[in-house]
Design a protein around this ligand. Structure first.
Ligand SMILES: [Zn+2]
Ligand SMILES: [Zn+2]
Length: 279
């Protein structure tokens, strides 16, 4: 790493997360010049955990904000920025047969309450479960979810029998010794789920890119895409389609915004995507 001074040199970014996410969140922030600290001994599980002992409060952004604020006060308010991230997993709204991973990262600047957000939705996840009776064949499921590199949570009804299970012999004992069917469920905590960790690494790069983009009006960090406008014209008849026509970029500090061309440079929709040409 070079010693070149950047916009964030000398500023402390506090990472409010457990489960080893700092290993992928920290490097892109360090490249921006931040001194990265992690909120040590800070239990983010009380804000909602995947094992379901604590019901997650509010939506993902609410949870990230609560985490960031708690870590900031836990640190004695010694940070210029606080970074928090959240994930949520479930069936996709678009393709219900597929599991979907939603990830969100928040960079919060307490001094002026500036928030910079990145969100990500992908099908790159092993999220899933299988209900098994003793003697059932679980090989296919284990292969599909990447066991034992990816851990399992074992449940019986509402009770959690074990978490962070990566030992095959222990898994077999639990299943064969159970009186009721056991649910094998993917453990989504980042340090037990390399697929998820990879997705958070991608998220971290996007957050850093966003932080590095200053507002053209006021110079505050975090200028970036916050919305879209649909209506991309059909290349055949010119009618507006449901496809994205413009991106809306805006600043969270001064509120200025800009309409920009699509990032991929696409200016027209295909006739096959047009409601008039292809009803
Ligand atoms: Zn058309
Ligand atoms: Zn601005």
């Amino acid at each position: 790493m070079s010693g070149a001074k950047t916009a964030f040199s000398g500023q402390v970014a506090l990472i409010a997360t457990m489960h080893g996410k700092d290993t992928v969140l920290a490097p892109p922030l360090q490249r921006l010049g931040f001194t990265v600290e992690t909120a040590d001994g800070f239990d983010t599980d009380r804000f909602g955990s995947f094992a379901g002992e604590v019901e997650r409060q509010g939506d993902m952004l609410d949870a990230a904000r609560a985490k960031a604020r708690a870590a900031f006060s836990h640190s004695g308010e010694r940070a210029d920025w606080v970074i928090a991230s959240e994930g949520a997993f479930g069936p996709s709204r678009i393709a219900p047969m597929l599991a979907e991973a939603k990830e969100l990262a928040l960079a919060w600047r307490p001094a002026d309450d500036l928030e910079i957000l990145t969100r990500q939705v992908s099908f790159t996840t092993n999220f899933g479960h299988l209900d098994v009776a003793p003697g059932a064949d679980i090989e296919g499921f284990l292969t599909r979810i990447g066991f034992p590199d990816h851990a399992l949570i074992l449940r019986s009804g509402a009770a959690v029998l074990a978490k962070a299970v990566t030992d095959r012999a222990a898994l077999d004992r639990r299943v064969s010794g159970a009186e009721a069917p056991v649910r094998l469920e993917t453990d989504m905590r980042a340090h037990l789920n390399p697929t998820r960790m990879g997705e958070i690494a991608r998220l971290a790069e996007n957050l850093a890119a966003r932080l590095a983009a200053p507002c053209p009006e006021c110079g505050a960090p975090g200028f970036g895409r916050t919305g879209v406008e649909t209506g991309l014209p059909c290349g055949g008849c010119g009618a507006p389609t449901d496809l994205v026509a413009k991106e809306i970029w805006s600043c969270g500090a001064c509120g200025c915004s800009e309409r920009r061309a699509r990032g991929d440079g696409r200016a027209v929709a295909d006739q096959s995507e047009c409601p008039l040409c292809n009803p």
